[in-house]
Design a protein around this ligand. Structure first.
Ligand code: ATP
Length: 246
């Protein structure tokens, strides 16, 4: 089952998330989907950029109005990660993995970034915009130098983005409806695809500081339990943190 969605298709936008945030602020309903063939300023977490060339990628942002406390908004990203992974697996026969917290990898390369941005109304969540960028095929001129070692594509052939959007909405909808169920019903699926458990990583903090550690478990709220080099055990909340494999 898919939700009652409506797609707004653009040739190019600076950022589908930005347009969706503006539409949501003006009252656009839940399941409004903004899609662009190209983004000139696609964004990632922490002011990073998401490279979004025309013709080979899917760039979409979905307006959501979940009734959850803002502290649980990370579950939207987690549900979307499971949704994207299952969509790509069933559509293309690949075996996607999740790099905590919001990246999808295929054969070790990042093929998708997920960025959920939310706005508050008082202390409640007014809305959330779920942004998803997927490299369906390699860009015609290859990936830019800065990301060529980490980025990859789902397959070598350009495929129909509309079919991927429909499939994603079908897979994501039931996960989203269960966002507040405890224990989280999609946590096992997320954990099963995590590629960073028991592998040494560098934990990069907001100011570029880093610590070596080994992720050992996923907490019920999707925090990552890590054993640091000095033996200290920490639970990392996603906010400002990135992981790099050591
Ligand atoms: P990480 O935690 O891996 O540092 P992130 O989750 O903070 O990444 P995102 O917000 O998903 O990052 O996306 C931005 C980052 O993804 C960029 O800094 C760049 O390294 C990488 N990137 C940018 N464009 C692409 C792309 N088209 N495909 C794969 N990776 C990309």
């Amino acid at each position: 089952m898919t939700p009652d969605y409506r797609i707004y298709q653009y040739d190019t936008l600076p950022s589908t998330n930005q347009t969706a945030i503006e539409m949501a602020a003006e009252g656009a309903p839940e399941w409004t989907v903004v899609v662009a063939k190209h983004q000139s300023a696609g964004r990632g977490r922490l002011d990073r950029k998401f490279y979004s060339p025309e013709g080979t990628g899917l760039y979409m942002s979905i307006i959501l109005r979940p009734r959850i406390p803002p502290s649980q908004a990370l579950k939207i990203t987690a549900a979307a990660a499971v949704g994207v992974a299952e969509t790509l697996e069933s559509t293309f026969g690949v075996r996607p993995q999740i790099k905590w917290v919001n990246d999808i990898l295929v054969e070790g390369k990042k093929v998708c970034g997920i960025l959920t941005e939310s706005r508050l109304s008082g202390t409640d969540l007014a809305f959330a915009v779920l942004g998803i960028g997927i490299n369906l095929a390699p860009p015609s001129g290859g990936f830019p130098e800065e990301i060529k070692d980490i980025a990859g594509a789902v397959t070598n052939q350009v495929s129909d983005p509309q079919a991927v959007i429909r499939k994603f909405l079908e897979v994501f909808y039931p996960l989203y409806q269960n966002l507040t169920v405890e224990p989280c019903p999609f946590l096992p699926a997320y954990k099963a695809r995590l590629c960073c458990l028991h592998r040494p990583v560098h934990i990069i903090g907001a100011e570029g500081t880093w610590m070596p550690g080994i992720p050992v478990d996923l907490e019920p709220d999707f925090s990552l339990k890590v054993v640091l080099e000095n033996g200290e055990v920490k639970s990392l909340r996603a906010g400002e943190i990135s992981l790099r494999f050591s």
